[in-house]
Design a protein around this ligand. Structure first.
Ligand code: SAM
Length: 225
């Protein structure tokens, strides 16, 4: 028996994500997640958003890059149904949504994507290894992967006295921690995993991180031998 629960039990979170995603427009994308320092905009033609949730940010990426093909995947049925409705309502032609886990990415996607995003997803995963492996297989050798995880240090002493760390850790007890305990092997990373442990995990698994690794949004590429 696993003690956690996943996003399907967290309808209010999806409701919040819908609202939150709406404010993540092209300007937000450019200023916060777009890897412009590492890949020029015209070189990003294929994008995979793993754990796209209700799809608002994915749709905004598709609008921001109208010449690109964008794919959003998520394991949650409600999230994908909402994303598909959004695609229809907004008549989006350059985005597809699939009910699919990051650990079951299609074979035909091998080496396909210029840019892969995992926005507020990685620390939630009960089994991050297969998902990362699938993402790396699907990333082009010169592609960029962008991860967004909450601001929290791995060393608890560095979080002491910070309101932002206190509030994210509290939130984690209700959302991220149970999600990361919801299936085997239930690694239980939650927010408390912290940015430094995330960076070490990525490096140990064959990624090179560009720039500062102790920030919420990082960009990385495959370490080529
Ligand atoms: C906190 S939400 C983030 C949603 C969206 N990326 C955003 O930034 O608004 C995390 C999402 O990851 C999805 N998720 C969890 N495990 C997953 C997996 N193994 N593969 C794909 N998606 C997953 C959840 O269903 C949820 O929609």
């Amino acid at each position: 028996m696993f003690k956690g629960y996943d996003f399907s039990k967290l309808e209010q979170v999806f409701h919040y994500m819908n609202q939150d995603g709406a404010s993540c427009d092209g300007t937000w994308i450019e200023e916060n997640i777009f890897p412009s320092k590492y890949k020029s905009r015209d070189k990003i033609r294929t994008i995979l958003d793993i754990g796209c949730g209700t799809g608002k940010i994915t749709a905004n990426i598709a609008n921001y890059l109208p010449n690109a093909k964008v794919v959003g995947i998520d394991v949650d049925q409600y999230a994908i149904d909402t994303a598909l409705k959004l695609k229809e309502d907004e008549d989006l032609t350059n985005v597809e949504f699939y009910l699919l886990g990051g650990d079951h990415l299609k074979e035909e996607w091998t080496g396909r994507f210029d840019w892969i995003t995992m926005l507020k997803v990685f620390h939630d995963l009960p089994n991050p290894g297969p998902c990362l492996k699938g993402a790396m297989r699907s990333l082009k050798d010169d592609g960029v992967m962008t991860l967004h995880d909450p601001l929290c240090h791995s060393d608890p002493k560095l979080n002491v006295g910070s309101k932002i760390h206190a509030s994210t850790l509290t939130l984690s007890c209700y959302i991220c921690l149970p999600c990361s305990l919801s299936a085997p092997p239930a690694v239980g990373n939650g927010i408390g995993w912290g940015l430094e442990n995330r960076a070490k995990y990525l490096r140990d698994n064959g990624l090179t991180i560009h720039g500062n690794e102790s920030v919420e949004v990082i960009h990385c590429s495959k370490t080529l031998k």
